[in-house]
Design a protein around this ligand. Structure first.
Ligand code: SF4
Length: 149
């Protein structure tokens, strides 16, 4: 079973209330080869919500208590991001996910790139919080780019 970011499967769960649809992701869900999850919503955040970025490091650093997830308005949502990561990890274990495909650049789901925490649209190398936790537990995490390969 493939675990996939809900927004890639067409669920309008992004911070701005939109989806980041990848046709292949939706097809995999329809064919019951994939299930989807939105870590931020399952962690207790609403749709829409204020955009957030990891400030002071990457998802790994958030898990280690060395960085925080902060919204553009300055609210600390680290706890919700960690809750969502834990929920996603439990789901991945429950369904025995053999592959995880998460939306690149997200502070939760990014698996190669995230934004730099200054809300200026600049990307840096690093994992989002959920990707970091899943990788730490041995799951292979890719992005939507891997769906097309
Ligand atoms: Fe998509 Fe992940 Fe952001 Fe949810 S947390 S909207 S699944 S990128």
């Amino acid at each position: 079973m493939i675990l996939i970011s809900a927004c890639l499967a067409g669920v309008p769960c992004r911070y701005d209330g939109k989806a980041s649809l990848a046709d292949i992701a939706q097809k995999l869900v329809t064919e019951k080869k994939a299930i989807y999850v939105c870590p931020e919503v399952s962690g207790g955040l609403s749709i829409p919500r204020d955009p957030a970025e990891i400030v002071g490091g990457s998802g790994e650093d958030v898990l280690d208590g060395k960085a925080n997830v902060i919204t553009k308005c300055g609210e600390d949502v680290t706890e919700q991001f960690i809750n969502g990561a834990n929920h996603t990890l439990q789901l991945a274990k429950k369904v025995g996910a053999t592959m995880v495909i998460l939306k690149e650049n997200s502070p939760s789901c990014g698996s190669s790139f995230i934004y730099d925490g200054k809300f200026q649209g600049k990307k840096i190398s690093g994992d989002g919080v959920t990707s970091a936790l899943l990788k730490r537990h041995g799951f292979q995490v890719g992005s939507e780019d891997d769906l097309y390969e």
